[in-house]
Design a protein around this ligand. Structure first.
Ligand code: PLP
Length: 410
């Protein structure tokens, strides 16, 4: 992969921050930067195509609808779903998980029924289910992790019982970088006749994903984490399962006929897409998927794997460095959470992040929306460096030099 060539596609990477040039942007797990092709396609649509989709007979509406439904087909191909009916546009991973939690529990769960999640989940895959706990009295069961940040599959198997209705786990941890063995997790769940939702927010940008090969029942991801716009995401669901779920929200687009006595609902996927969709964002998302597909997800994966390995090696040379998550690079995605010990205690993650920022290096600090995981690790938060296709070894070197500078300040 020609990293320097792709950097030219991202104008923001040439910014000067606090007099430091160029910006070292290592907060990609929170959101990625956008290539020109995405921004330009969206601007072009607003300037030249804009009209509400689906119901219009006029030229622009039909053109906008074609673009919007074409984007759905791009997502279908990207995930290798069987049918575009299985691709529901949402506002992001959070909304996708909330949709499944609410609709699935309404269709299939009663008081005392259980959902299996894991100790490393993002809040969106915990709180969505807790809301159903409050509404319906369902219970959360939690797969524990090892000290190295791996899921305990032996304990996972023991969680199944006659009340288990669904498993909902992350593909890749946004804190530990752990790549979970989701195929195995799905296989075990299916042996128990239980469907699985995979939170793909942190996997989709970094590796090829094939929902048929995984055999997951639901899969969620966010556009903005894969070089697309904010406010758009995807829920993939197997058609027979989606068909059995009630609608999520009521409104236009999701109905067939409405009367005050009785309303019938639209077919998939529109049943889950009430209201005017963000049809410009779906164009942006499709452009982003075209962009990564043209480079090749396997090439992106190899580049980021190499960068992560290099970063772990260089960072481990720093005195007092503590990196969380798996040591084995094959199990560790492009996210590195760390703390640095100095004279018996860790330098506070906020201090580290703020000082790195002054050196022109953007990392994320805090609990990363994973407070239960922080509790398990016995810490309040970490600094997190996360890589994208445009990051380089030189940027890793800048990070290492930056951390060393901060260490000297303490
Ligand atoms: N799940 C994981 C693993 C994440 O990392 C994130 C975002 O950081 C989310 C879910 C929520 O994504 P969004 O805020 O785009 O809905």
């Amino acid at each position: 992969m020609q990293t320097m060539q792709v950097r030219g596609d991202f104008p923001i990477l040439t910014k000067t921050i606090y007099g430091k040039y160029p910006l070292v942007y290592l907060d990609n797990a929170a959101t990625t930067q956008k290539p020109r092709s995405v921004v330009e396609a969206m601007t072009e649509e607003y300037y030249n195509v804009n009209a509400n989709v689906h119901r219009g007979v006029h030229f622009l509406s039909q053109q906008a609808t074609e673009l919007h439904e074409g984007s759905r087909e791009t997502v279908r191909k990207f995930l290798n779903a069987r049918s575009s009916s299985e691709i529901v546009f949402t506002r992001g991973t959070t909304e996708s998980i909330n949709l499944v939690a609410q609709c699935f529990s309404d269709a299939f769960m009663k008081e005392g029924d259980e959902v299996i999640v894991s100790e490393m989940e993002h809040h969106s895959n915990i709180v969505s289910w807790q809301l159903q706990q409050q509404r319906k009295g369902i219970k959360l069961r939690v797969i524990p992790i090892t000290d190295d940040g791996l899921l305990r599959l032996d304990e996972y198997e023991k969680l199944f019982n006659e009340h288990t209705r669904i498993v909902s786990v992350t593909h890749v941890s946004n804190v530990l970088g752990t790549i979970n063995p989701v195929k195995e997790i799905i296989r075990i769940a299916h042996e128990h006749g239980v469907p699985v939702l995979i939170d793909g927010a942190q996997s989709t940008p970094h590796m090829p994903v094939d929902v048929q090969e995984l055999d997951c029942d639901f899969f969620a991801f966010s556009g903005h984490k894969i070089y697309g716009p904010t406010g758009i995401g995807v829920l993939y669901g197997k058609e027979d399962l989606l068909d059995k779920l009630p609608p999520y929200m009521g409104g236009g687009e999701m109905i067939k006929n409405v009367s005050f006595e009785r309303t019938t609902f639209n077919e998939l996927p529109f049943k889950f897409e009430a209201g005017t969709p963000d049809y410009v964002a779906t164009t942006g998302l499709a452009k982003a998927l075209d962009y990564v597909s043209a480079i090749g997800m396997d090439k992106i994966e190899a580049h980021e794997r190499d960068l992560t390995q290099y970063a772990m090696q260089r960072m481990n040379e720093i005195e007092g460095m503590h990196i969380f998550g798996p040591k084995d690079i094959q199990q560790h995605d492009a996210v590195i959470s760390f703390l640095v010990a100095q004279e018996g205690s860790f330098i506070h993650h906020l201090d580290m992040g703020t000082l790195l920022d002054r050196l022109g290096i953007a990392v994320r600090t805090g609990h990363h929306c994973a407070e239960p995981l922080m509790r398990r690790l016995g810490i309040e938060g970490t600094c997190r460096a996360s890589f994208a296709l445009y990051n380089t070894r030189e940027e890793v070197d800048a990070l290492v030099a930056g951390i060393n500078r901060v260490r000297q300040m303490f």
